[in-house]
Design a protein around this ligand. Structure first.
Ligand SMILES: Nc1nc(=O)c2c([nH]1)NC[C@@H]1CN(c3ccc(C(=O)N[C@@H](CCC(=O)O)C(=O)O)cc3)CN21
Ligand SMILES: CC(C)C(=O)C(=O)O
Ligand SMILES: [Mg+2]
Length: 267
C-alpha cells in the first residue's frame, strides 16, 4: 500500500518529474462526487472524467451519445471532490472535430465550468492543430492514441492497435503540438514500451502493458462493479457487485421479515 506523500495538488510539472524519476502515475476514472472523494483520499494521482460514462453510468452501447453538457455536469462533481488529484475531462465525440475555433471554445467551457485541470481528446497527428491551439490558450491537453473508442464504427470494434509507425507518428505529433501527456489504449506492450521510451512526455497506458509511465483503468471495472462486458486487460481488485448484492439482499429480507428497523435503529 502506498499513501500520498503530500496533500498538495499535483500539477503537470509533477507528472514530468515522475517520468524522469521513474515513479509511475496512477489514473482512474471518476464520474461523481462520492467516488471521486474516495479515490482522491486513496491517493490516485489523476482522475479522469471519461466519456466511458456514456456506457458505465448512462447505459449506452458505446461512448458516442454523451454530450458536452453532460461531460461538464460530471466534471463539476469530480473537480469539487478532488483535493490532491489532477482532474482531466474527456472531450466528447465529435466536438474536437468541429474545427479549431469550436474545439478551443468547448475546451474553454469545460475548464471554466468544471474547474478541472486538463482535457483529453482522442487523436494524434490528425488533431495536432487542435492540440496546439488549446495549449496556446493555456489548456493542458492529453492526447489519446491507439484504440479510440469514439471511432468504434470506423475501427470495426474495440481491437488491439498494432500499426507501430502510425502509433509513433500520432504520439510524436501530439507531443510536438504541446500535449503534456499521451494516453495509449489497447496496444501491444512492446510497442507501448518503445513509444514511452521515445517520448519526452509521460505516457499512460490502458491495455498497453507495464512499460508505460502510468496506468489508467475504468474504476467500475477494477472494483468489480461493471454490469456489462469487461475488457480482458482489466484486473479486478474487489468484487463490489457481490458485496452490494449480499448487503441489499439481506436488507430486503429483513424488511420482509420486519426485523429491520430494530430498536437500535428507531427513535
Ligand atoms: N467498462 C469500460 N471499460 C473500459 O475499459 C472502456 C469502456 N467501458 N468504454 C470505453 C472504452 C472501450 N474499451 C474497450 C472495450 C473493449 C475492449 C476489448 O474487447 N478488447 C479485446 C481485445 C480485442 C482484440 O483482440 O483485438 C479484449 O480481449 O480485451 C477493449 C477496450 C475501453 N474503454
Ligand atoms: C478508458 C479511458 C482511457 C477513457 O478514455 C475513458 O474512460 O473514457
Ligand atoms: Mg474516453
Amino acid at each position: 500500500m502506498t499513501t500520498p506523500k503530500s496533500k498538495k495538488r499535483l500539477t503537470v510539472t509533477d507528472f514530468a518529474k515522475m517520468k524522469s524519476n521513474g515513479e509511475k502515475i496512477s489514473m482512474l476514472t471518476a464520474y461523481d462526487f462520492a467516488m471521486a472523494k474516495m479515490l482522491d483520499a486513496a491517493g490516485v494521482d489523476m482522475l479522469l472524467v471519461g466519456d466511458s460514462l456514456a456506457m458505465v453510468v448512462q447505459g449506452h452501447e458505446n461512448t458516442i451519445p454523451v454530450t458536452l453538457d453532460e461531460m461538464i455536469y460530471h466534471g463539476e462533481m469530480v473537480a469539487r471532490a478532488a483535493k490532491r488529484a489532477f482532474v482531466v475531462v474527456d472531450i466528447p465525440f465529435p466536438v474536437n472535430h468541429h474545427g479549431i475555433h469550436e474545439a478551443v471554445k468547448a475546451a474553454g467551457r469545460i475548464m471554466k465550468k468544471t474547474g478541472c485541470h486538463a482535457v483529453k481528446l482522442e487523436g494524434g497527428a490528425d488533431q495536432a492543430d487542435v492540440i496546439r491551439a488549446m495549449v496556446n490558450a493555456g489548456i493542458p491537453v492529453i492526447a489519446h492514441v491507439g484504440l479510440r473508442p469514439q471511432a468504434v464504427h470506423a475501427m470495426g470494434g474495440y481491437k488491439v492497435q498494432r500499426d507501430r509507425d502510425e502509433l509513433m507518428a500520432d504520439a510524436s505529433a501530439a507531443q510536438e503540438a504541446g500535449a503534456f501527456c499521451v494516453l495509449i489504449e489497447c496496444v501491444p506492450a512492446e510497442i507501448a514500451t518503445e513509444l514511452s521510451g521515445k517520448l519526452r512526455v509521460p505516457t499512460i497506458g490502458i491495455g498497453a502493458g507495464a512499460g508505460c509511465d502510468g496506468q489508467v483503468l475504468v474504476t467500475n471495472d477494477m472494483l468489480g462493479m461493471t454490469t456489462g462486458y469487461v475488457p480482458s486487460f482489466v484486473k479486478a481488485y474487489a468484487n463490489v457487485a457481490e458485496q452490494i448484492a449480499s448487503a441489499v439482499g439481506q436488507w430486503c429480507e429483513e424488511v420482509k421479515e420486519n426485523t429491520f428497523p430494530d430498536e437500535d435503529h428507531s427513535f
